[in-house]
Design a protein around this ligand. Structure first.
Ligand code: AMP
Length: 127
């Protein structure tokens, strides 16, 4: 499967410094910043610096170093926000919308870290 990455997507522009962002953490392979339209008191997006469209693209083609850094960065953000359930925090949700059915709006892989309120059940009941 070939993935068509559009370098004009808004997160690519953020990575190039063409659009400002509210940075939470920068690492060698990732950038984490606050969502512009937060859906919870803490709503942070973590993106890889590499040109990956979505999660499965990243899982297939990213290097081990990129994948490790991405995963560890998510954990570091949770620690910075004090939301780790095992460390006295109230918990969080990590979401990666990928493709049409998930209504992915920005075509550069990102995970949402949501926390700071009761987030409800993940989805309405399906029948
Ligand atoms: P998704 O629907 O999973 O593709 O989510 C895209 C997210 O990007 C939404 O939650 C938007 O609010 C967020 N977003 C879009 N533009 C920006 C921006 N310039 N800075 C921060 N977050 C943004």
């Amino acid at each position: 499967m070939a993935y068509a990455y559009d370098p004009e997507n808004i997160f690519a522009k953020i990575l190039r410094g063409e659009i400002p962002n509210n940075t939470v953490l920068e690492t060698e392979h990732c950038l984490a910043f606050r969502d512009i339209a937060p859906q919870a008191p803490d709503h942070v997006l973590v993106i890889p610096r590499g040109p990956y469209v979505n999660y499965d693209h990243f899982a297939q083609q990213a290097s081990d170093a990129e994948i490790v850094d991405f995963t560890r960065t998510i954990g570091k953000i949770c620690a910075m926000l004090g939301i780790q359930p095992g460390e006295g925090g109230n918990g969080y949700r990590v979401v990666a919308n990928s493709g049409e059915d998930a209504i992915q709006e920005v075509q550069h892989l990102h995970v949402h870290i949501l926390a700071g309120r009761n987030l409800g059940r993940m989805l309405p009941k399906f029948d």
